[in-house]
Write a protein that binds this ligand. Structure first.
Ligand code: PLP
Length: 426
């Protein structure tokens, strides 16, 4: 086995320098099991941040589904195949009626790119409304609509067809409080008015229903409901990006958009869908899919291949069999209440937020000025790692501790996390 130093040196020689590593002293992980990762020296780490390994690292049923199907057949989508249709049926059963046509893709980025292409075709417009600090993927089309990237280091700003509305942040945003949804929805209206004044019309409004890279942000009440209504009145479509938050993680709900009481026109999903296997999807209505079917074939070499579909179906079954949505609710509520207890003790914690096992803790230097404690957040994440717990930071000021563990996280894990965090903060 190569040692850590050699891997790092090979990495510097052979891998693109724009790839990043986590932690000041990067980890050399050699094994994953359940909610734990193990380094080359045999040290165990509690993984409290990997929402991709949704049902746990190397879940035996998911691994078995992949290997069994691999031994039998893996081809593209141009043949009849029961793996694909069975999975599409099981997946759409989890969505509201009407959202029942699937396009399978290989990454969240690919799903969002296709969703944009569909929306642009249907509306014959490119004018796109996005939330500030949003991230929707690494393709060129998505850097364009991701302020997290195009307004960050190395970015060159939004193109003129992208309209960015203020981050709907009830804690430190332009409008504050859980009932600020109406005010942010008015910003969506203002963006559409601007589009109309320039003689164009809105194509699409795309949003995560809880923002991930935007700082584990719970959107204010009514924001999506009101925004969707306005966008649809103007002839636009609404995309819900569920790449980070879907598949039961919310606890109360299977999908993030359900927390806001809306039904999107198009849903995109990925990450947890394949538990680490590259699998993603766009799901939409029959009428939208039929209108998009304009003669140009949609072909994807890998999207929806039998192995991917077997894996995705196994993930859905494990979520059901192990009652993981229920677990996200119970353990998530418990963890959130413990984080709130820490907030009472440590003034650096300004806000605790989230749903189920998608939680965030915003750190501030001063509870009145809300000066972001970004450096402190980074130090904490590194100290947590030294004590065997993996979390990360995010948000525009990098001051939000991100907690989004595999859905098999236990109360015991939650207690270990909060006791360790308490120790570090003390
Ligand atoms: C909300 C959201 N959408 C899309 C993506 C892109 O997904 P992928 O990295 O699978 O291309 C990400 C990735 O972090 C994401 O967080």
């Amino acid at each position: 086995m190569l040692n850590k130093k050699t891997i790092q040196s090979f990495r510097e020689t052979h891998l693109a320098p724009s790839l990043s590593l986590s932690y000041n002293d990067p980890l050399h992980i050699v094994k994953g099991e359940g909610q734990f990762l193990y380094d080359g020296d045999g040290n165990q780490y509690l993984d409290a941040v990997n929402n991709i390994q949704h049902v746990g690292h190397c879940h035996p049923k998911v691994v078995a589904a992949a290997t069994t199907q691999y031994q039998k057949l893996n081809t593209n989508t141009r043949y009849l195949d029961e793996t694909r249709v069975n999975y599409a049926q099981a997946l759409t059963d989890k969505l509201p009626d009407g959202l029942d046509v699937c396009f399978f893709t290989n990454s969240g980025s690919e799903a969002n790119d296709l969703a944009l292409r569909i929306a642009r075709h249907i509306t014959q417009s490119k004018e796109t409304i996005v939330l500030d600090a949003a991230y929707h993927g690494n393709l060129s089309s998505l850097i364009e609509i991701s302020p997290y990237k195009h307004d960050g280091k190395g970015g060159s700003g939004a193109p003129d067809f992208v309209h960015v509305i203020p981050r709907p942040d009830p804690y430190r945003g332009k409008y504050r409080g859980e009932d600020s949804g109406k005010s942010y929805a008015h910003e969506v209206q203002m963006a559409m008015d601007k589009i109309q004044e320039s003689g164009k019309r809105v194509s699409v409004f795309i949003a995560e229903s809880l923002m991930g890279c935007g700082g584990q942000l719970v959107l204010p009440n009514g924001f999506l409901k009101e925004s969707f209504q306005k966008v649809r009145e103007a002839g636009g479509l609404c995309i819900a990006d569920e790449v980070q938050i879907g598949f039961g993680r919310m606890g109360d709900h299977f999908w993030g958009f359900e927390t806001q009481g809306v039904i999107p026109d198009i849903v995109t999903m990925g990450k947890s869908m394949g538990n680490g296997h590259p699998l993603s999807a766009v799901v939409t209505t029959r009428s939208i899919a039929d209108t998009f079917n304009n003669g140009m074939e949609y072909f994807n070499s890998f999207g929806g291949n039998p192995v991917s579909c077997a894996v995705g179906h196994a993930v859905l079954k494990v979520i059901e069999e192990e009652e993981l949505q229920q677990n996200a609710k119970e353990v998530g509520d418990y963890l959130k209440s413990m984080l709130n207890e820490l907030k009472e003790k440590h003034s650096i914690i300004g806000d605790v937020r989230g749903h189920g096992l998608f939680l965030g803790e915003e750190l501030v230097r001063d509870l009145d000025s809300l000066e972001p404690a970004g450096n402190e957040a980074e130090q904490i994440v590194n100290s947590m790692k030294e004590k065997g717990i993996l979390i990360s930071t995010d948000g525009p000021d990098h001051n939000v501790l991100k907690i989004k563990p595999p859905m098999i996280f236990t109360r015991e894990n939650a207690l270990f996390l909060t006791e360790t965090l308490n120790e570090i903060l003390s």
